[in-house]
Every structure is written in structure tokens, then in C-alpha cells.
Design a protein around this ligand. Structure first.
Ligand SMILES: [Zn+2]
Length: 312
């Protein structure tokens, strides 16, 4: 154990001096939650198939290591010989992840296909995602909905003696709560990504500066909602799904994308955050605010979709 701490400190210091990361911080012992094994020091045994149908690749195995054994569910094929590192990570909620680091010779580059169908996606707080085809996904705001429970747990935690058994127990319940919110979001994002990648070859997104948005927000509620929407995670998931299938993702500068008129390109300077409807002062074009923004993105990417205005 002490050897591990020394090794990690050495690695962190090296990375810092190479300019790769921030200055290493002192870590409190109760926050030390992971354990790294090099090539040796671990072994898999009792591997057997457990998955059915789509999950046929799932295997159950037993990881034998110096601190005991874990029963694992393996989600994908794993070349056991090429594993260079195994990390056993204890999540604050008590869930354990075992991460196998595999060195691959060279990532296969999928040939990018010529995109045929493109979609613009505008991310927002009211509607999490608005597609340029007119459909949208409401923002489920998972964190905001579970806030009451979080408050109760926070209060319980503050009454416990720091680092006592009961404190640790409550801390774990607290972490579980947050983990559920996180899992819900990830699941939702992956489902949205799967739907989009099924339909489209090119995804046009805004290159949002989320940290900047959060800092600029005036109300606490807006900041919370921005955090709750996890735009960065959403974008990462969508990009991952598209690139995995050799499709393209374009991230365009977000500047004025919701103020610009899709039809004539004029800028509506008076549009505020509360306006749900975009009305162009130059040509009179009127459309849902988020839908207009997603169409503007598509237009900026050089894809002007056929558009019939319902109002004219
Ligand atoms: Zn206009």
C-alpha cells in the first residue's frame, strides 16, 4: 500500500513537471479509493458466460488479487494477455469498478462516409435537445427533482460525527443518491445518441462554453439547471456514438446562434433568455426559439434543409 502511494506520487509529480497536469494535491486517507495493479499481481479465474441474447458477450469472472477476490461482470471481449494495468476503484457509493487497461497496437480508423442526412441539435435548459427536424426532448432535470432527498441526507450527514461509522454510512447513501442521478442522465444520453445515430450521418452541435455559461448566470436556479443538464457529458456521449460508427460530428461556434434568424440571417438583439418564440424584426419570421437555433446551426454547417413555413 505504501509502495502504491509513493509510486502514484512519483507519477503525479512527473506529469506535473511535464506540464500535463496540475500540481499534485495531498489526499486524505478516507478519499483514497483505488488500487492499481501492474501486469502481475492479479489473475482471472472461473470465467463463465452469463449473458443472453444481445448481452451474449457478458462474462462472469473472479478476479484474484492481493487484497482478496472480486466477482466481476465483464461487458466486452478482453485480450487478457495485453492487459498492462488493472485498477480496482471503489466508488464513494460503495460500487466497485475494475478497470483493465489494454494497450492496442493502433486504433482502426473507420472510413468516414459521405454524410447524407444531417441534423442540427440545439441544447437548452427547458428542452434538453431540440432537433432541426422539429422533434425535441424535454429536460428531465434529474438533480432538481431529487433535491429534496439530497437536502434531507445532507442534513443527516451534518449531524454525524466526522469520520464516524454513521458518518461514513450516511456519506455512502448520499453518494448513492448522486450516482443514481448520474446514471439516469448517462442512460438517457446514450438512448438519445442511439436514436440520432440511427437516423443521421452528420451531427451539428454548438461548441458551448459551459463553464462560461455557468459563471455568467445570474440566478442560482439557472446555475443548478446548467449543471443538471450536463451538456459536456451529453456532447461527449453523442460524439462517441457518432464517431464509433464512422460518422461525423461538427461543433460550431455558438456565437449568436439563438439570436440569428434562420430565414434571412438577421440578428434579433432583443431576444432574452425568457423568450420561447423567436420573432425576426427584419423579415417577420416566427418560429420556436430552440428550433430556430438548431436550424441556424444546420445552415452554418452548410446544410440548408427544405423548409416549409407553417405560418405563410
Ligand atoms: Zn429574418
Amino acid at each position: 500500500m505504501a509502495q502504491q502511494v509513493a509510486e502514484r506520487f512519483y507519477q503525479a509529480r512527473k506529469r506535473f513537471f511535464e506540464g500535463l497536469s496540475n500540481k499534485p494535491k495531498k489526499k486524505k486517507p478516507y478519499k483514497f479509493l483505488s488500487l492499481v495493479y501492474p501486469e502481475s499481481g492479479w489473475r482471472l479465474s472461473n470465467t463463465r458466460e452469463v449473458g443472453l441474447g444481445k448481452n451474449r458477450n457478458k462474462r462472469k469472472a473472479r478476479l484474484l488479487s492481493k487484497i482478496g477476490f472480486f466477482t466481476l461482470i465483464i461487458h466486452r471481449e478482453l485480450p487478457e494477455k495485453q492487459v498492462s494495468q488493472v485498477c480496482v476503484k471503489l466508488e464513494p457509493s460503495g460500487r466497485i469498478h475494475v478497470i483493465f487497461l489494454v494497450e492496442e497496437p493502433e486504433a482502426k480508423e473507420l472510413p468516414s462516409k459521405e454524410p447524407k442526412r444531417a441534423v442540427g441539435v440545439d441544447l437548452g435548459i427547458t428542452r434538453l435537445a431540440t432537433l432541426s427536424d422539429g422533434s425535441f426532448l424535454e429536460n428531465p432535470k434529474p438533480l432538481e427533482r431529487s433535491l429534496e432527498g439530497i437536502r434531507v441526507l445532507q442534513r443527516t450527514l451534518s449531524r454525524k460525527r466526522f469520520l464516524s461509522k454513521n458518518w461514513l454510512k450516511t456519506k455512502r447513501r448520499f453518494a448513492k443518491h448522486h450516482e443514481r442521478v448520474k446514471d439516469f442522465r448517462r442512460d438517457l444520453f446514450f438512448k438519445l445518441g442511439a436514436l440520432l445515430v440511427e437516423e443521421y450521418d452528420l451531427l451539428v452541435l454548438e461548441d458551448l462554453n459551459v463553464q462560461g455559461l455557468i459563471q455568467k448566470s445570474e440566478t442560482k436556479r439557472r446555475r443548478l439547471r446548467l449543471h443538471d443538464s450536463s451538456f459536456s457529458v451529453l456532447r461527449a456521449v453523442l460524439e462517441w456514438e457518432f464517431l464509433k460508427r464512422g460518422k461525423t460530428v461538427l461543433a460550431l461556434p455558438a456565437y449568436n446562434s439563438s439570436r440569428e434568424c434562420f430565414l434571412c440571417g438577421g440578428i434579433n438583439q432583443n431576444l432574452t433568455l425568457e423568450d420561447r418564440i423567436f420573432h425576426c424584426p427584419h423579415c417577420g419570421f416566427t418560429l420556436d426559439r430552440d428550433l430556430n437555433a438548431s436550424l441556424v446551426l444546420l445552415k452554418r454547417a452548410g446544410w440548408v434543409p427544405p423548409f416549409q413555413c407553417a405560418c405563410s
